[in-house]
Design a protein. Structure first.
Length: 434
């Protein structure tokens, strides 16, 4: 009984540590955003939105998704090997993307309707390099339960991003400080978690090549299934941004980009913290043959209670809030927020649980469901753009489709958790009968 109480206290402490760091990290850009929206034009936010979308697109494949396997083995030595694989993959893929853009950046910029800011494309592989390296070191810190290092890295990223976004506007160099600030934020996050890691270099290059090949083969579902799954999700988000730009123009892209950043602040503030702890706790329960459905349900209830007031306020007062906080020209972004609230509310509940299929080896069926959902989103927005030619109508269709998809995903997570618990129960009964 006391052991269970201590575990619950440790879980709460872990969530609070990560939440505190995330809350501070999210509060900084939220406080700075009303200034940025008044000094930078909407088109600069469109450039930021497109560059961040492309960074995410490269970021999901740059590591081969091997970072999510770092916490799975019982043996720390295997964890170090997986970290080494993650870093190697990051450097190789970031280098390949850099070479590709060096040769074809003009064509890429024209294809994505980004010709006036084509040189910002070179930010993408550099930011992805820092992002992938950060993922490797932060997942190692998660394995070691060094939540303070992870929280500190988020605060460093936020301070650097916001500080340079403000400062670069006044330099007179003609740079888009939003894009450069975002890049430097990725660098700051990596630097923080790198220097917080013991044996940060020598400790992670000791695994021989043969051992790395064995580990890579053992966890080959990460690049073969999980990375393709993640890539399809980000590709869907990328397609949405590019279609909004193509159908409705860069101003709509800037408004949509700010809306998503502000609306996802609760997810980034608390949801990601709970996701990391949930991943760690479920992985350990799986290793030790314990049931997980109860933890899943309690996590969902907590997310539901925390998010309901936030999204209700945005649904009722969205346009007035955005106009008051960010300036009158951003009032339309509040309309976007009101329309997208039901989808983002369900996404807030589902996203922290999305690593459950990975832990339970259900990646393939999860990937199939996600592909169907992503296809529905792209098709619905494309049809809306062609037939309605109205951004708000398109967002209504997008939100409705996403609500259906997120609801289906939540039910899927509950189903596979209960199936896993049934397997544990059957195993316990078999053992007791023997």
């Amino acid at each position: 009984m006391f052991g269970r109480l201590n575990r619950q206290q440790d879980l709460v402490k872990s969530i609070l540590t990560l939440f505190t760091g995330s809350a501070i990290a999210q509060a900084i850009p939220l406080l700075v955003s009303p200034i940025l929206t008044r000094i930078y034009p909407v088109v600069d936010f469109a450039t930021l939105t497109i560059s961040m979308t492309l960074i995410s697109l490269v970021g999901v494949v740059v590591t081969g998704r091997y970072e999510f396997a770092i916490g799975l083995p019982k043996d720390d030595e295997q964890g170090r090997g997986l970290m080494q694989i993650t870093l190697i993959s990051t450097f190789i893929i970031a280098g390949v993307v850099s070479l590709f853009l060096l040769l074809f950046h003009g064509y890429v910029a024209s294809w994505i309707a980004f010709p006036d800011s084509s040189w910002y494309l070179f930010v993408v592989p550099l930011a992805a390099l820092f992002y992938g390296s950060y993922q490797a070191y932060s997942m190692w810190q998660l394995r070691q339960r060094n939540y303070m290092a992870i929280s500190g890295s988020r605060i460093s990223q936020s301070l650097t991003n916001s500080g340079f976004s403000l400062g670069l506007f006044y330099t007179g160099f003609g740079l888009n400080g939003l894009v450069i600030g975002n890049l430097l934020g990725h660098m700051a996050a990596f630097s923080h978690v790198f220097f917080a890691t013991k044996n940060r270099i020598n400790g992670f290059i000791s695994t021989p090549v043969k051992g790395l090949r064995t580990l890579a083969a053992k966890y080959s579902d990460m690049p073969r299934v999980n990375s393709i799954h993640a890539l399809s999700d980000v590709a869907q988000n990328t397609a949405v941004i590019l279609m909004i730009t193509g159908f409705f123009g860069s101003v709509s892209t800037g408004l949509y980009g700010l809306t998503i950043r502000i609306m996802q602040a609760p997810l980034n503030m608390l949801g990601n913290s709970m996701a990391m702890v949930f991943y760690k706790e479920v992985a350990e329960k799986k290793v030790h043959g314990h049931k997980i459905a109860k933890l899943l349900i309690s996590t969902m209830k907590t997310l539901l209670l925390l998010s309901t007031p936030i999204f209700l306020v945005i649904m009722v007062f969205g346009p007035d809030l955005f106009g008051l906080i960010f300036g009158s020209e951003w009032r339309e972004a509040g309309d976007y927020a009101r329309i997208l609230s039901p989808w983002l509310f369900l996404n807030f509940i589902a996203s922290p649980l999305s690593n459950l299929p990975l832990i339970l080896n259900k990646q393939r069926i999860f990937f199939l469901y996600s592909m169907i959902g992503n296809g529905m989103v792209i098709l619905s927005l494309a049809l809306s753009g062609w037939l309605m030619n109205d951004i708000k109508s398109g967002l209504m269709v997008l939100s409705a489709v996403q609500c259906c998809f997120q609801t289906a995903m939540i039910l899927f997570f509950i189903k596979i958790a209960r199936e896993a618990d049934k397997s544990v129960h059957d195993s316990e009964e078999s053992s007791s009968s023997v």
